[in-house]
Design a protein around this ligand. Structure first.
Ligand SMILES: [Zn+2]
Length: 123
């Protein structure tokens, strides 16, 4: 069980990473399509990643992926499921979460996941 001090630190870190990721994303969209960026800015940030207009910009896909990780982590936080592996529900350590606040998997599930991704690329 995490101490409340650790939880507080993790929450701050998660919110800071989320804010940073969203600012960068909006900035990137703005350099490509200022009208779209202005429209996104009026929407709740957790709806940005689903905006159909973004599929026109393949170069935004890596950032979109980050944005979805941030959204997922924030959603887990709200549900009280933050810090649990999404595959086996093992508790991630505070050190793992400090390193990457949007981390979704424990060490062994992450390895399996990477392997599965790698296999599907080589097929
Ligand atoms: Zn796991």
């Amino acid at each position: 069980m995490m101490s409340s001090k650790t939880q507080n630190e993790l929450e701050h870190r998660l919110l800071a990473v989320a804010e940073d990721c969203r600012q960068r994303f909006l900035h990137s969209v703005n350099t490509l399509d200022a009208t779209l960026a202005a429209r996104l800015a009026t929407l709740p940030p957790d709806e940005w990643a689903d905006d159909a207009a973004l599929s026109a910009w393949p170069q935004l896909q890596p950032q979109l992926k980050n944005l979805r990780r941030v959204d997922a982590a924030l959603c887990q936080w709200q549900l009280g499921l933050y810090g649990l592996c999404s595959d086996c529900e093992a508790e991630l350590t505070p050190a793992q979460l400090m390193d990457d606040p949007c981390r979704q998997r424990c060490g062994s599930c992450e390895q399996k996941y990477q392997k599965a991704q790698h296999t599907s690329w080589t097929l």
